[in-house]
Design a protein around this ligand. Sequence first.
Ligand SMILES: *Cc1c(COP(=O)(O)O)cnc(C)c1O
Length: 390
Amino acid sequence: MTDRTSLQTALIHNDYRAPDGFSALPQAIHHASTVLFKDVASMRSRNWQDKNAYTYGLHGTPTTFTLEARLAAIEDGKHCVLAPSGLAAIALVDFAFLKSGDDVLIPDNVYNPNRELANWLQQDFGITARYYDPLIGSGIAGLIQPNTRLIWTEAPGSVSMEVPDLPAICQAAHAKGVLVALDNTWAAGLALRGFELGVDIIMQALTKYQSGGSDVLMGAVITQDKALNQRLETAHMRLGFGVAADDVYLVLRSLPTMKLRFEAHDAAARTVAAWLQARPEIAAVLHPALPECPGHAIWQRDFSGAGGLFSVVFDPRYSEAQTDRFVDSLQLFKIGFSWGGVHSLAVPYRMQHMRSNWPHQGQLVRLNIGLEDPQDLIADIEQAFKAMQA
Ligand SMILES: *Cc1c(COP(=O)(O)O)cnc(C)c1O
């Protein structure tokens, strides 16, 4: 900078460079839209798909590439693409692998916004979306059409908790050249080895256990296959699904404790679920580790643990007004969507509006078991049962 450089320019351009040699444990947060090139030739020769180099903030920074590599490692994947929410990650899979004229199969117990998106694709984008019984197993072969491109799975469905037979579905799908995508949010990539069971694409809502703080929205799509990843990267570039560096940092900060938190959620949820099972107010506890949960035997075969999320079905003698009063009376459990954070949450769902063949008469309430002492959570539920019946 010369003496004649104006103050205004000097406020923008300055020569200070941090010395090399700084070393600390946290990952640095790199904020960038613009990425600088040293000359035009290097700008022209750089490829946005090359993860060893940088082209534009949207296509990655050292911060996002670090999180992608760590998430891929957790799932035994090779590639990972981040998206600004779990739902955006679902959309990324749909846009990468479906086109007009294609058919997608979706489990009837799927995370509801996945269904909303699929219905929109059907209505306005020339794609057909059909729903299957999540317990269909190898019977899925009978639903596969020549134009079926993708089968979504979710293990277990995150409200009604049926556990699908992934190896059977994958075998039937692959016999006909159809891709299988798994929403692995419930098991956080820890308790279910999706690629070992045969799935091609794993999607996760990092909003849940990876964040763990109820403060970040983010998603990821993980693959082992380079060609599949390239389709995802291309869709990601075309859609402009950027993620914020500070949010990526929050996930990186939480990731080292995820397994310990997950195990604590699991243990607490099983304690609360077992207590609920013995209660006269409850007709069914839909927790995959309990025999009364549809698909329990598959959970035993394929999973090494359980998340903190499960549902209860009340005895039909309790009206919706009463079970609403139960939820309103809870003190430690808060009312709100999402899960995977340290706070316990409760949400009532109207299953008759969400499912084609819902077998239960009683009201369903979904519980996210946080990291409070489970005995305090049990005491809270017990007082809310009393309030419900008063
Ligand atoms: C929360 C959730 C999503 C979506 O994640 P968002 O970040 O909230 O968009 C997708 N699938 C499942 C199973 C979820 O629980």
